[in-house]
Design a protein around this ligand. Structure first.
Ligand code: CA
Length: 231
């Protein structure tokens, strides 16, 4: 049975983006565009987890959470604007399971959703289970444990290196464009250097290809990157 995530977010662009990504991961999705509607849907018993924005019309996210916690312990991940440190404290004190600072990378939100669901009793979506073990050749990735190993030896990766490798492994034999990788790894409104993906690929190669004398990540000139089943 699929896990259903309720997205409470008044910014339509972000709401739609989250909906598509969550559906792609195999989650069921419900949406609410203001605090009052969000509270009603969260209390309906039809959702398994709530992604709750703080700045909302009608009722703000903290008020929604405060009222929700009177009769529900549904997992809640709060979305706060950048550097609203007090919001984070208030969110966690108010009974949120976790918080994310906007702008965020979708892969990080997905990771936190999995983590919160796991902490709350091991309920993980079918899609999540199928994708928890990834790999190619002697390279393997345990998404739940956040571990990568080659030939049984652990490889230390940074968060973004891990997420980049994860996206490539999840889409084995498919060429992924730099733009798509950028969006998946760095977030939907990343404003930094556009060649950042090339930089992370270089880091990954220095930790894998160079060490083990293999060619794991293929460059497809003018398009992007790909991990193939058989090299
Ligand atoms: Ca908002």
């Amino acid at each position: 049975m699929a896990i259903t995530v309720l997205i409470v977010e008044d910014e339509e662009k972000i709401g739609r983006f989250l909906e598509l990504e969550l559906m792609h991961e195999g989650y069921g999705v419900m949406k609410a565009a203001n605090g009052r509607e969000g509270l009603e849907k969260a209390q309906s018993g039809k959702a398994d987890l709530v992604v709750l924005d703080v700045m909302l019309p009608e009722l703000n996210g903290f008020e929604v959470l405060r009222r929700l916690r009177k009769n529900s312990d549904i997992p809640v991940i709060m979305l706060t604007a950048r550097d609203e440190v007090m919001d984070k404290v208030a969110g966690l004190d108010g009974g949120a399971d976790d918080y994310m600072t906007k702008p965020f990378a979708i892969e990080e939100l997905l990771a936190r959703i999995r983590l919160v669901l796991k902490k709350r009793g091991g309920a993980v979506s079918m899609a999540g289970q199928n994708k928890s073990q990834l790999g190619v050749g002697r390279l393997s990735m345990d998404v739940q444990r956040y571990e990568v190993s080659y030939d049984g030896k652990q490889v230390e990766l940074t968060h973004r290196e891990f997420e980049l490798l994860r996206v490539l492994l999840e889409n084995k034999n498919i060429v992924i464009s730099r733009d798509t990788l950028l969006q998946k790894v760095c977030g939907y409104d990343y404003m930094g250097e556009t060649n950042i993906i090339d930089v992370y690929v270089r880091y990954l190669r220095s930790k894998l290809d160079d060490v083990y004398q293999v060619k794991i990540i293929q460059t497809v000139r003018g398009v992007g990157y790909c991990i193939k089943d058989e090299n």
